[in-house]
Design a protein around this ligand. Structure first.
Ligand SMILES: Nc1ncnc2c1ncn2[C@@H]1O[C@H](COP(=O)(O)OP(=O)(O)OP(=O)(O)O)[C@@H](O)[C@H]1O
Length: 258
C-alpha cells in the first residue's frame, strides 16, 4: 500500500445549477518521503486534487487513503501541513512566534513543540536566521513565504501540501526560493505534493512529475525524475535536466488550443 493512494477519484462542482467536472477518475499513488509535483493547464483541477488529498474537499466518488486512513482522520492526526500561495502569518507576532503557531493551534498533540534552536535552524536554512525576533509585518512577501515554508517543515506534519507557493513572487525571488525549498526538503525529506505551473521548478525539486490534462482533470503522464541528489543549480545546465523539461513541455503543448 502506498502512503497516499487515490483510486478512481472524481469531483464535480455545482454552482447556480451548473455542474463543472473538475477531476475524472484519478488514480494516483505517492510513496512516503517523495517530492511529487503536479503540473497542468489552468483550471485542470490541480488545487482540487491537493484539497481532496488534504481532506479540505470531499470527492464525489472513489477512495482516498492516507497511510491507510481517510483524509479527515489524517487531518485530525495533524498529518498535513499546508503551504498556500500566500502565507497566513500573524503580522504582529514575531517570526519565531509564527513558527510556533502550529503547536499552539494543536494543543492536544502529544508531540512537544520543537526547541527554539530547532526553529532557528530552519529559519537559517531559508536565510532568515537574523529575523527570528522581527515582526512578520516587517518582512517582504518573499521573506514571509520563506517563513511559511520553514514553518511547514518545523510543524511535525509528515505530509506537506503546497499550492503554487511561489506564484505571487517575482521571477528572481522565485528562482531563489526553489533552491531554498530544495535544500530544506533534502534535509528533512517529508512527503511533499507540490502544485506548480513552472516546469523548471517541477524538474529541479521532484522525484516525480504528474502531468494533468485540461478539465476535467485526468492524469496524462507521470515522469520519474532520476536526477542525482543532492541537486544544485549547475544541474539545470545538464542535458538530462533540459530533456526532462522538453518532455514535460511537449506533453503540455499537446493540449494547447491556439
Ligand atoms: N468551489 C468551487 N465551486 C465551483 N467550481 C469550482 C470550485 N473550485 C474549483 N472549481 C472549478 O473547478 C475547476 C478546477 O479548479 P482548480 O482550482 O482545482 O484548478 P487548478 O488546476 O488548480 O487551476 P489554476 O491552475 O488556475 O489554479 C475549475 O474550472 C474551477 O473553476
Amino acid at each position: 500500500m502506498s502512503y497516499i493512494e487515490l483510486t478512481q477519484v472524481s469531483k464535480q462542482y455545482r454552482r447556480r445549477g451548473q455542474a463543472t467536472e473538475a477531476l475524472h477518475l484519478i488514480d494516483l499513488n505517492i510513496e512516503k518521503g517523495k517530492f511529487v509535483s503536479i503540473i497542468g493547464p489552468s483550471g485542470c483541477g490541480k488545487s482540487s486534487l491537493l484539497r481532496i488529498i488534504g481532506g479540505l474537499v470531499k470527492q464525489d466518488c472513489g477512495e482516498v487513503l492516507i497511510n491507510g486512513r481517510s483524509p479527515l482522520e489524517a487531518q485530525k492526526q495533524k498529518q498535513f501541513g499546508f503551504v498556500p500561495q500566500s502565507p497566513a502569518l500573524f503580522p504582529w507576532r514575531t517570526v519565531l512566534q509564527n513558527m510556533q503557531l502550529p503547536f499552539e493551534v494543536n494543543r492536544q498533540a502529544a508531540e512537544q513543540p520543537p526547541q527554539r534552536e530547532e526553529l532557528v535552524k530552519l529559519l537559517e536554512m531559508v536565510g532568515l536566521g537574523e529575523f527570528t525576533d522581527a515582526y512578520a509585518k516587517e518582512l517582504s512577501g518573499g521573506m514571509q513565504q520563506r517563513v511559511g515554508i520553514a514553518r511547514a517543515f518545523g510543524s511535525g506534519a509528515p505530509i506537506l501540501l503546497m499550492d503554487e507557493p511561489f506564484s505571487a513572487l517575482d521571477e528572481i525571488t522565485r528562482e531563489k526560493m526553489s533552491y531554498l525549498l530544495l535544500n530544506i526538503w533534502e534535509s528533512y525529506q517529508k512527503t511533499v505534493v507540490f502544485v506548480t505551473h513552472n516546469i523548471r521548478e517541477a524538474v529541479l525539486l521532484s522525484d516525480e512529475v504528474i502531468i494533468m490534462s485540461p478539465r476535467p482533470g485526468r492524469i496524462k503522464a507521470r515522469i520519474g525524475i532520476e536526477l542525482p541528489r543532492p541537486r544544485s543549480a549547475e544541474l539545470e545546465e545538464s542535458e538530462q535536466f533540459q530533456q526532462y523539461m522538453a518532455d514535460i513541455r511537449a506533453y503540455l503543448r499537446q493540449d494547447w488550443q491556439v
